[in-house]
Ligand binder design. Structure first.
Ligand SMILES: Cc1ncc(COP(=O)(O)O)c(C=O)c1O
Length: 348
């Protein structure tokens, strides 16, 4: 199967498996794992922050961040389809005691004006007011959409004016940096905390990092332990992260080019793909014009040998490129997907 369901389906490459096998390891909980320490140093530097902590998942990184930046009962402002709101089982409420104020975004982005309007004038000291904003770049549910730097800057400015902390869920931040053509630190540096995931476009089996100031990361290590995320010989997986930073970052541009070619080809074949939305490694296909139920379409495609997946939008499916997808896979998908969908559509 040409597996375009997600960039999380990648298998470690031969080179990555070799790096894993050769990793120098130690007890990570005791800060004795040199590979973890090196990965944390490299990621902090890459993101323009003082320090970083290695955790098993981006979900854990997000929740540690939300806890660090708030007190129970505070309000979190976030785009209403962002990962922290939709896919983390209410972790913001469960772990940090946060109430979520979800704002409707455009392409996954909220505006400085929306953030300002979300903070009402206080009439008494006990008034509930937002204490932090979480932004997502690239934005998963918007289809891998990217924040223009100036727009991101304006939202961060608004948050600062209002005294709100800023968390950046940059699970795919290196895709964003690739799309914008800037160093990752330029996107990440102004946030209080930043999540970077290793198990998506970077192709690692697991792992994520949270970057911030040294004092916040010291507190984050305690939270990580509380979450049960403090590990032992974790250099085994951190080695995959170091390998990916060395070998899998530049190639993200290939994923983006393949997504673009796939989107363009599907559009030319008559499928509903908005090419403006193809900014990174996601292609969204709207089934509404075909009058085909998405669940049926996904089965038909799978039988034809192509894996796509559902999105939060009821008639929309997505195809995601990653390091397991080559040019020939795109060629074949460009034949198989239109054939399967246009053949099955009620309206064609
Ligand atoms: C934007 C974003 N943040 C966080 C996560 C969570 O990653 P994980 O499932 O590895 O914890 C994801 C996963 O898809 C994501 O897309």
């Amino acid at each position: 199967m040409i597996d375009l369901r997600s960039d999380t389906v990648t298998q470690p490459t031969t080179g990555m498996r070799r790096a894993i096998a050769e990793a120098a390891v130690g007890d990570e909980q005791k800060r004795e794992d040199p590979t973890v320490i090196e990965l944390e140093r490299r990621v902090a530097e890459l993101l323009g922050h003082e320090d970083a902590v290695f955790v098993p998942t981006a979900t854990m990184a997000n929740h540690i961040a939300l806890k660090l930046l708030s007190r129970p009962g505070d309000v979190l402002v976030a785009e209403r389809h962002s990962h922290v709101v939709v896919y983390e089982y209410g972790g913001a409420a469960v772990h940090a005691g946060l109430m979520v104020y979800g704002l409707p975004g455009i392409a996954g982005r909220i505006s400085a004006e929306q953030v300002r309007a979300a903070v009402p004038e206080r009439t008494k000291s006990a008034d509930q007011a937002p204490s932090l904003v979480s932004l997502e770049n690239t934005h998963n549910n918007a289809g891998g959409r990217v924040w223009p730097l100036a727009e991101l800057g304006r939202v961060v400015d608004a948050a600062r004016e209002l005294g709100l902390a800023v968390h950046l869920d940059g699970a795919r931040l290196l895709n964003a940096a690739t799309a914008v053509g800037c160093p990752p630190a330029k996107i990440a540096v102004r946030a209080d905390t930043v999540t970077l995931c290793l198990s998506k476009g970077l192709g690692c089996p697991l792992g994520a990092l949270l970057a911030s100031t040294a004092p916040l990361i010291e507190r984050a290590r305690r939270e990580k332990h509380l979450f049960g995320g403090a590990m032992r010989q974790a250099g085994i997986v951190a080695a995959a992260g170091l390998y990916a930073l060395e070998h899998h970052v530049e190639r993200l541009a290939d994923d983006h080019a393949r997504a673009r070619r796939l989107g363009q080809g599907l559009h030319e074949a008559g499928l509903s793909v908005d090419l403006e939305q193809v900014e990174t490694n996601f292609v969204q296909i709207d089934l509404a014009p075909l009058g085909l139920a998405r669940s049926d379409a996904l089965v038909i495609l799978r039988e034809a040998g192509v894996g796509l997946s559902a999105t939060i939008h009821p008639t929309v499916m997505r195809a995601v490129t990653h390091l397991g997808i080559e040019d020939e896979d795109i060629d074949r998908a460009l034949t198989l997907v239109p054939e399967a969908l246009l053949g099955a559509g009620v309206v064609s």
